[in-house]
Design a protein around this ligand. Sequence first.
Ligand SMILES: Cc1cc2nc3c(=O)[nH]c(=O)nc-3n(C[C@H](O)[C@H](O)[C@H](O)COP(=O)(O)O)c2cc1C
Length: 209
Amino acid sequence: MSTTTSTNSDVLTVTAAAEARRSIRKYEPTPIPRAHLNEILRVTGLAPSPWNLQPWRFVIVEDAATKAKLQEAAYGQGQVGAAPAVIVMYSDMTDAIATVEETIHPGMRGAQGEKAAADIRATFAGFSDSDRSAWGNAESNIALGYLLLTAQAHGYSTSPMLGFMPDKVKEILDLPADSRIPALVAIGVAAEEGFPHHRHTVERIARFV
Ligand SMILES: Cc1cc2nc3c(=O)[nH]c(=O)nc-3n(C[C@H](O)[C@H](O)[C@H](O)COP(=O)(O)O)c2cc1C
């Protein structure tokens, strides 16, 4: 597993990225360099997850014909075809549980690591299939938040989407039948400003006790 750290001083702070981010549905056709996508995905993967299970997986769709199929599966949403890349984020709990030894921290090798792996597998054996996939989907949403902010921090806008037919997307990309798709994320250089933020005040959504 990688432990590389980004040192690019052009990268926005978390607060600056959150202030700047908005859903963008029109994009410049400029392709995104593979190194930038790799870095955005690496930082996204720093998201935390219970037991460090990291159930999120990604397919980065740049091929025009595949994007056209995805756009159809996303009810024709224009940003799918307009963006130079669409990141299909999915969670794969079957893979995450089968390969749990990869994600257990190296500090827990040996008997401690084996016990952790057995505990994790026993816990999920007690879940129904739908509860297990819902769990993976919920945890992958943490990484989705990281992805949106990280893209913005690196100068790329995004449009997260839940408006799509999951079975169609799985078929197009040959994703596992029991996977879940927290979002399709169009990504690229913005060709519009998007809408200004319209959010609840802190007083409306939080209380201090
Ligand atoms: C998980 C998720 C799914 C969304 N699905 C869609 C979608 O299918 N189509 C769309 O145009 N916008 C979609 N949005 C964008 C929201 O409408 C948008 O985030 C919200 O109105 C706030 O605006 P902002 O992103 O510009 O701050 C989605 C956002 C999220 C986080």
